[in-house]
Design a protein around this ligand. Structure first.
Ligand code: 5GP
Length: 115
């Protein structure tokens, strides 16, 4: 990981977190400010600042991101009842951390549309 972000520090353990899953490509940990009873961030170890920065070479990584997320929802026990995946992008998307991450949110009935 060339570029250091808040999430690379969490991935390396420099900043503590409650990790729920890790493999060679991804790390998933509990959000510090959960929006629902279950709120996990699934983060590629490769630093892609925003989803719009993803390149053709990231095609396989992005596919694996969703398939890995599906496995994490099963591990967390929210797959059957349903959940929401969210990727915030840029200022209007309220992205705070410039390191691509997928929010996995569940454990209660979620409102729609989002505020
Ligand atoms: P974004 O707004 O960038 O899509 O989401 C960033 C998320 O990271 C937020 O939901 C926020 O609560 C979470 N977050 C920010 N700082 C930390 C931290 O130090 N630890 C953990 N576990 N989550 C964090």
């Amino acid at each position: 990981m060339a570029e250091e972000t808040l999430f690379t520090k969490i991935i390396t353990g420099a900043i503590p977190s409650e990790k729920v899953y890790e493999d060679d490509l991804f790390c998933a940990f509990k959000d510090i400010n959960p929006a629902a009873p279950c709120h996990v961030l699934l983060v590629p170890k490769k630093v892609i600042p925003k989803i719009t920065d993803a390149a053709p070479e990231d095609t396989e990584l992005l596919g694996k991101l969703l398939l890995t997320a599906n496995n994490v929802t099963k591990q967390l026990g929210i797959a059957e009842d349903g959940f929401r995946y969210v990727i915030n992008c840029g200022e209007n998307g309220c992205q705070e951390v410039m390191h691509l991450h997928l929010h996995i949110i569940g454990g209660r009935k979620l409102g729609w549309p989002p505020g």
